[in-house]
Design a protein around this ligand. Sequence first.
Ligand code: AMP
Ligand code: MG
Length: 192
Amino acid sequence: MANKRVVIIGIPGVGKTTLVNRVVEQIKKKKFTLESVVFGTLMFEEAKKLDIEHRDEMRKLPVDQQRKLQIEAAEKIAMMKADYLFIDTHLMINTKEGYWPGLPFEVLKVLSPSNLILIEALPHEIISRRRRDSGRCRDLAEEETIAREKEIARSMLSTSAIISGAPLLIVMNKENQIEEAANQILKALGVI
Ligand code: AMP
Ligand code: MG
């Protein structure tokens, strides 16, 4: 099991993946071993067996099926060994049945995170990132919906922190200031 198991969360479009990549680059320059996984990618590998062709189709499956994929992905991740393990995921998934937790009790128990990091961004920046991301079928939304998603994500986050006992860092990812956001994470993890 990895020493630092860092769960990175944030609603789609906050720039999570880009920010994690930046942090990972910096850690790789030091003498640490590192694994970085996108939770959704591991789920998608299994979902392909169910004839799912695009990662953004997974959230449209019945929640029962998504739960199986979710726990399988968590179990695979929990086996990874490294000084730092980064897990890029979501606090909640917008399913047909409603907002569904990405980090329910079973998943937190398996992942046993040492750190929780929530990435936030300004609503208009989220909207423009979602529009720009042409390779994805993101749910497009207005500022009002973004504000609601953010609120639900935050309420799920406090529960995740209580269940896991992990400290929670909230990082604002401002456009053109990714370096500052990356440094905030690196400091919190004791890398710099
Ligand atoms: P992403 O590439 O991070 O946007 O993730 C793609 C998809 O993976 C999401 O839309 C969800 O369907 C799924 N996913 C990612 N993380 C989780 C999680 N913790 N629990 C359930 N589904 C997840
Ligand atoms: Mg992403």
